[in-house]
Design a protein around this ligand. Structure first.
Ligand code: ADP
Length: 245
């Protein structure tokens, strides 16, 4: 089977500065893949290219072996099933988690008029099931402003999941979370991977180590190496550039 995501020789040039210098990377179906590397390595730029926020100067990003994302608008990429959760929150704080998910669900349909349409029972049930999954069922009718930092982040993830993506891009999902929230987020990510692939930019190596999954190390706009966390730690180049030894 073709990988869900395949980046081939992806380059990004910001007015002469080469932020990505030929990135090759694959994400398989149901895979959780961590993207790590020092600041400025190009991790965010790569996520931006995948979701269409930044256009590549060269190279290609293919989705499910059939769609060339690098030719599409951000909106079309979302419709093909690529969801991105940014680090900064974008939920409506004055609305409840249920209402936020309702809006996210209707947004997928793309019609403004849908925002005012009454939901079907099936749609309501779908939202309630998702609220259970992200651990917000008990607070579903409270204003989102009263949620903890972790709960707000899970709501954000839920707003992406309600759109039923095939690939979810996460940017430092545990930033600012308590120990318990980090554990719950890890469990949620494992759960999500049963339905879609997850590509995660993460700085916290202890968190990454909890997953027995592939890690890709980027440095200076290129993939430096990839493998398990143990393999990465043994790699001399990684020690030199990433761990500063
Ligand atoms: P990372 O996420 O790994 O920290 P980034 O992808 O944010 O790295 O940035 C890679 C490099 O590209 C950095 O040197 C950054 O300053 C530069 N860069 C990012 N966005 C822009 C931009 N819009 N214009 C110019 N340079 C940029």
């Amino acid at each position: 089977m073709q990988p869900i995501l395949s980046c081939r020789d992806v380059m990004v040039d910001f007015s002469g500065f080469k932020a990505l210098q030929g990135v090759n990377l694959e994400v398989d179906h149901h895979e959780i893949l961590f993207l790590i590397g020092p600041n400025g390595a190009g991790k965010t730029t790569l996520l931006d290219v995948i979701c269409g926020k930044t256009k590549s100067t060269n190279g290609e990003v293919r989705f499910a072996g059939e769609v060339t994302l690098t030719k599409l608008s951000e909106q079309k990429i979302v419709h093909h099933g690529v969801a991105r959760k940014f680090q900064a929150p974008s939920i409506f704080l004055q609305l409840t988690p249920f209402e936020n998910l309702e809006i996210a669900m209707k947004q997928k349909k793309g019609f403004l008029s849908m925002l005012f349409a009454k939901m079907t029972q099936t749609q309501e049930e779908k939202i309630e099931q998702l609220l259970e999954r992200i651990g917000l069922y008990d607070v579903r009718h409270q204003p989102s402003s009263s949620l903890s930092h972790g709960q707000k982040q899970w709501l954000e993830i839920g707003m992406q999941l309600i759109q039923e993506p095939r690939l979810l891009l996460l940017d430092e999902p545990i930033a600012g979370m308590s120990g318990e929230e980090r554990t719950k987020t890890g469990q949620l990510i494992e759960e999500i991977a049963k339905e879609c692939s997850v590509l995660i930019v993460e700085h916290d190596m202890d968190f990454v180590r909890n997953f027995s999954t592939k890690v890709v190390v980027m440095h200076e706009g290129k993939v430096l190496c990839e493998g398990s966390m143990d393999e990465i730690q043994e790699n001399e180049e990684v020690r030199n550039v990433y761990l500063g030894r």
